[in-house]
Each structure stands twice: as C-alpha cells, then as structure tokens.
Design a protein around this ligand. Structure first.
Ligand code: TYD
Ligand code: MG
Length: 448
C-alpha cells in the first residue's frame, strides 16, 4: 500500500526535494523550501479522478464530431491577442504577477467584457469583500456589466456555487487565498495551492467551464508562487511592469491554444487599465535627443513589432572586478556579447564598468537584440552617437557572424511607420526592401 510521504518543495519554482535545505538548487532562492504533505488520499480529487478511469476514445471519432465552439473575444484586443485570439471554452488560465501590479483590475475588466460578450461569468474574490469589488467596478465604470460576484475562500463552497450556477467562466482571485478542508496545511502553502488549483481546473474542465486563476508571485517563500500550478493549466500569462512606470505588459509564457511570447500592453490610469495599441510610440516617448550609448532596437514580441530604446554606459571601473549590470535583458547574454567584441573585434572592456538598460522597464528575451546591444556598447565606449533615425537588430554568433532574426520586414515596416529612416541589420536571408529607408547590411560584427 502506498504511503503518503512527506517531501519538501520550493514555493517559488516547485522543485521538490527529499530533505529540507536553505537554498533551492532549482532557482537559487533562499528560504523558499517548505514541507509539503502532498494531496490527501481521501479528498474529492481522489474520488472524482477514479470515476472515468479506463475509458478511451478513438482519435478518428474526435474528427467526425462537430467543430469545437468558437473562442469568445472580450473586445479588449490586448487581452484577446495574448490568449491566442480569445477565450477557448473549458480552458484553464493562470495569470501571475507581483502584488499590486493590477491583476485584479485586469481580470475584473476582463470579466465584465466577457460577460458583456455573452459568457455567464462569476468573479470569486478571496481577498476582498463583494462590496469592495463593487467599489472597484464603480471606479472602472463597469457597474452595469452582468458579472456575478462572490467573496469566498473555502474550495468546497466555491465548487458548490459553481455546481449550482453553472457559469461559463469563473475567475479565482487569488489561488493563494483558497483553501481545501481536505488538506491539512495553511492557505497559501504549496499543498493547498496545488490542491485548490487541481480541484478547480479538473472541476471546470469536466463541466465545460473556463477558469482563470490569479497567482501572486512571491519571493519570500511564505506563500507558494504560481510556478506550482503552471503545469496544470493550458495557458500561463504573466502581468509585468516596473514601479514608477504606468504601463503594464501581459505576456504569454505558455499557451496550448496560441503562440507563446505574445504580449499585450496596457497603461494603468485613474480609471483602470487602458489598452496601448502602439507600444513602440510609448516605449520611445521618453527618448531625448540621440546620445552616445542609446540605440533603438527593432524588436518583435510574438506577432507584433515593438521598438525599444537600449541604453548603455561604459565607464572606467574603480574596482578590481568591473561591474556588469543589466536591467531588462539577460546578464549572461551581455557577457557573451562582451566576449565576442573582445576576442573577435579586439575591443577590450577589461577595467571598464558596463551598464545596460532597456528603457521604459521593458524586458527583452529575443536573440535579435544582440546587435543592438553591441551597437549600444560600442557607441557608449567610443562616446559616439549612432546616426540619427536608425534602428538596429540582428543575432550575433560566437564567431562574430551576424544572422537576421525572424520577421525582418515586420521590424523595418514598424520602424518606418514611426519615422525612422535607416536600419543596421545583418545581411543574408530574404532580400528586403522598404521604400524610404536606407539599409546598412553586414555579415560580420567586425564590419560594424
Ligand atoms: P490591483 O488590481 O489591486 O493589483 P493586484 O490584484 O495585482 O494586487 O491593482 C492595484 C494598483 O492599481 C493600486 O496600486 C492602485 C492601482 N489602480 C489604479 O491606478 N487605477 C485603477 O483604476 C485601479 C482599479 C487601480
Ligand atoms: Mg488583487
């Protein structure tokens, strides 16, 4: 007979261990490993899972059944795009983000729009009383939306409500406040979060409901982070933003029903989140006159081109170990670019502090940013601004060879739309021509 064994789980990244330790080898965080008693054997999940055991369907049978019901669009384009073109019926979605970033605001607005589009929607808040949610709705101008509110944290009560009401969409804000009485640990613990997410998603799938779970990202390890539920859901979205900046980015990191890497851009205003239809203009709006170390990168996020400014500062270092500091980009990628510049182009950065910043609080993960970073570093080092009105993009390999990333034409068109007149890009790939833009192409970093 299987015994339920105690394990230890990292509440930030969900790595599991047989012994407790102070630091998680998986994500490197300290004090995030907590005892995890596992799922209760006698809980409702055990029973409900057994009911369908052993039945299979023919793949060919599925093809003959009618087409799946169409996706529902909320009408908030930035949200619909990130979902892959609207909400898929009976799908499970996780929306993670730092506390206070605007998750509840986004989902209340989303709930209202989905309800107006005809979905029967319930918004379950475990953090605020219904009256508080209603006050927020008032502020957002959504009081006339046909959304049902519930203020509840007990999983059993929530499942009963869902059973009775049979909504098409349920929003759980947040998964960390939910608790199941079959699991014997505090709300927010790894076992509670995992159990609640499992119960809710399986219940929703079985009953043809879509469920959106809100998850707070946590560094302290007091409550379990959204990583614990990432694998249980179809779609994982992260809501990001920098303090001191008004705009927020909703990013798909996993999506069974659409492309990952897609982003939606919003601006937090006094009356809720407003869509930003032209993010490039927003990210470049704070840019002053072109100066040394500043480069405009023509990037692509998902299917959409986005121009962002990269800023580099290179200064003599007073330390024996010069500083390498990056905001909004990958630190090890910066080390690689510096190594390529040193060994392939003979431009040393030893004894120099290097700072790189993606302006506006945007985070970039595309390899096509390599050449723009190299350009910013060189421009900062030489104290020479790049030609005015130019954008830069392209991947750099360890040999110093340049490769065009995907969607070259898309990048150039966006740059042209925003008034840029020149581009520095790798040669190779499809021949490209954008009227009104001068293109400087090169095959190797040494030609820069
Ligand atoms: P909230 O949605 O409660 O964040 P989360 O659910 O992720 O914890 O958003 C909280 C912040 O948003 C709070 O600092 C106030 C701000 N806010 C606005 O600026 N405008 C608004 O219309 C609303 C509702 C919130
Ligand atoms: Mg909230």
């Amino acid at each position: 007979m299987a015994k339920s064994s105690t394990t230890f789980t990292c509440s930030a990244c969900a790595s599991s261990y047989t012994k407790w330790s102070g630091r998680c080898d998986g994500c490197g965080e300290w004090n995030t490993i907590v005892e995890d008693k596992g799922l209760s054997k006698s809980g409702p999940s055990g029973k409900s899972l057994g009911a369908r055991r052993g039945s299979t369907v023919q793949l060919t049978d599925l093809a003959t059944k009618e087409a799946p019901p169409p996706r529902t669009r909320s009408g908030i384009d930035e949200l619909d795009r990130v979902l892959g073109g609207g909400l898929v019926p009976a799908s499970a979605i996780l929306v993670g983000g730092d506390p206070g970033i605007g998750k509840s605001t986004l989902l209340l607005q989303g709930a209202a729009q989905f309800a107006r589009s005809g979905l029967k929607t319930i918004y379950v808040s475990g953090e605020e009383a219904s009256a508080q949610v209603r006050m927020r709705a008032q502020r957002l101008g959504l009081t006339d939306a046909p959304v049902q509110l519930a203020s509840e944290t007990n999983l059993r009560d929530i499942l009963t409500t869902l059973e009775n009401e049979k909504p098409q969409l349920v929003i759980i804000d947040s998964i960390q406040t939910m608790w199941s009485d079959t699991v014997d640990s505090a709300p927010g613990s790894v076992s509670q979060v995992r159990s609640a997410a499992h119960e809710l998603t399986t219940f929703a799938k079985r009953n043809g409901m879509s469920v959106i779970l809100v998850g707070h990202v946590t560094k302290e390890g007091q409550i379990a982070g959204p990583r614990v539920v990432e694998h249980m859901v179809d779609t994982v979205l992260y809501f990001e933003g920098e303090r001191g900046h008004q705009f927020r980015i909703l990013r798909a990191v996993k999506n069974r029903f659409g492309p990952a890497d897609e982003i939606g851009v919003f601006e937090m205003t006094g009356s809720g989140l407003a869509e930003v239809t032209n993010p490039s203009a927003l990210f470049l709006s704070e840019r002053g006159t072109p100066s040394a170390g500043s480069v405009v990168f023509a990037g692509v996020e998902g299917t959409r081109p986005v121009l962002v400014e990269l800023q580099a500062l290179v200064a003599p270092s007073p330390h024996s170990q010069p500083r390498r500091s990056v905001v909004g980009w990958d630190g090890s990628r910066l080390a690689m670019i510096l190594a390529v510049l040193e060994s392939r182009c003979g431009i040393p950065f030893a004894g120099l502090d290097v700072y790189l910043n993606v302006a506006g609080g945007m985070k970039i993960s595309e390899p096509a940013a390599d050449l723009a970073v190299a350009a910013a570093l060189l421009s900062a080092r030489e104290d020479a601004p790049l030609p005015e009105g130019a954008v830069v993009f392209g991947e750099i390999s360890l040999s110093g060879a340049l490769r065009p990333g995907p969607q070259t034409e898309n990048r150039l068109k966006e740059a042209q739309k925003l008034g840029f007149t020149a581009a520095i890009a790798p040669s190779g790939g499809k021949p490209i021509e954008v009227t009104g833009m001068s293109l400087r192409q090169m095959g190797d970093l040494t030609q820069f």
